[in-house]
Design a protein. Structure first.
Length: 142
């Protein structure tokens, strides 16, 4: 896949979004399918605040549903390989797009635990914009 295969969306810094993660158990361990409101809507509070994780899990035959957000993008632009075939779902009136699959380290992940994400995304930070890094005990930068 070349850079030409990536469709970029510019000007996302500070835009609000929310995610619903549907967790299922698999032979290799727990896995979460990530649905995100971006770029469909800005995750309005009146809808986000009424989401019921247990109800969402039950309706989607998931072991659990995790609500991640609302959050705000810190990058300047976002691109993704293969945006043409996007699965959409609606949770509590919020339209979302399936954006990634995450293999979870456990069903009860601790903060700052490494989890592999199959996202196929490109994140761009404009020159001169302040960024933040997490540095792990092995000096890895995240």
């Amino acid at each position: 896949m070349t850079d030409d295969d990536v469709k970029m969306i510019d000007g996302v810094f500070g835009q609000r979004y929310g995610e619903v993660l549907l967790v299922h158990t698999a032979a290799e361990g727990p896995e979460a399918t990530v649905y995100n409101t971006f770029p469909l809507n800005d995750c309005p509070a009146e809808l986000w605040d009424t989401l019921d994780a247990q109800k969402i899990a039950s309706e989607n035959h998931a072991a659990a549903a995790l609500l991640n957000g609302p959050r705000y993008w810190l990058m300047s632009s976002i691109g993704k390989h293969g945006r043409e075939a996007q699965e959409r779902k609606t949770f509590g009136g919020l339209q979302m797009i399936r954006q990634a699959t995450v293999k979870l380290a456990s069903m009860n992940p601790a903060p700052y635990q490494v989890n592999s994400v199959d996202r196929k995304a490109v994140f761009v930070f404009d020159a001169g914009r302040e960024i933040y890094e997490l540095i792990d005990p092995q000096d890895g930068r995240w």
